[in-house]
Design a protein. Structure first.
Length: 214
């Protein structure tokens, strides 16, 4: 791992902006615990939303049922998935944002992506394939950093973004992009309503991932 990346990761893991640098009503309701998986050698990057309660407790990305489903979608083993030299995991928000009144996860903290995201990707030149898991990641990477607009990538809904995707699609930086719904079990209804995702997107996803792991 290179020195600039080491320094940046040290700064990220010490970050307390959402705890100490905001007005009282917007303070993160617990101690920050940034969770990400990064290596300068990784060719694949998973960009999700933010850690949930289980990941906040474990400190390891996607150690929950969503992770099980995502690994199945990608066609990778748990060992491959958690090998930082092969797969980077960089969520839109590095810390668990807390829960809303209904017990669901709050959106990623708005401070995180503008502060760290461009700087981090600028020193990860080996990444060729970015998996955009959910609308926040799709908006940021497909709409030039517009992470909090009301729609998904390129002015479309999430369903439109995923359905209109074609193999080989690339972002402005030349990296291949694959937009995905969140693998949460709360999206079971979405998956049933959109069978094309399983038949058209998942085979292409598996091929793209395996090509970077071979």
């Amino acid at each position: 791992m290179n020195k600039p990346l080491n320094r940046l990761l040290k700064d990220i893991r010490m970050c307390r902006v959402c705890r100490d640098g905001v007005e009282a009503e917007y303070v993160l309701p617990h101690e920050p615990r940034p969770v990400l998986q990064v290596s300068s050698a990784a060719r694949i990057c998973i960009c999700g939303q933010a850690p949930g309660t289980r990941v906040h407790a474990s400190g390891v990305p996607f150690t929950d049922p969503s992770g099980d489903r995502l690994r199945d979608w990608m066609g990778v083993s748990e060992a491959e998935f958690h090998d930082a030299k092969r797969i980077a995991i960089i969520p839109m928000g590095f810390c668990f944002p807390g829960l809303d009144a209904k017990g669901g996860d709050l959106p990623p903290r708005k401070e995180c992506a503008p502060l760290w995201r461009a700087r981090l990707f600028a020193i990860l030149p080996e990444i060729e394939l970015i998996l955009l898991v959910g609308g926040y990641a799709q908006r940021w990477h497909m709409d030039k950093g517009a992470a909090r607009t009301p729609r998904s990538g390129r002015g479309q809904t999430l369903t439109e973004t995923v359905r209109n995707w074609r193999p080989g699609e690339r972002g402005d930086d030349g990296r291949e992009l694959i937009p995905l719904p969140h693998p949460s079990w709360r999206n079971n209804i979405w998956l049933k309503r959109n069978p094309w995702f399983k038949t058209r997107v998942l085979p292409a996803l598996k091929r793209a991932v395996r090509a970077r792991l071979e």
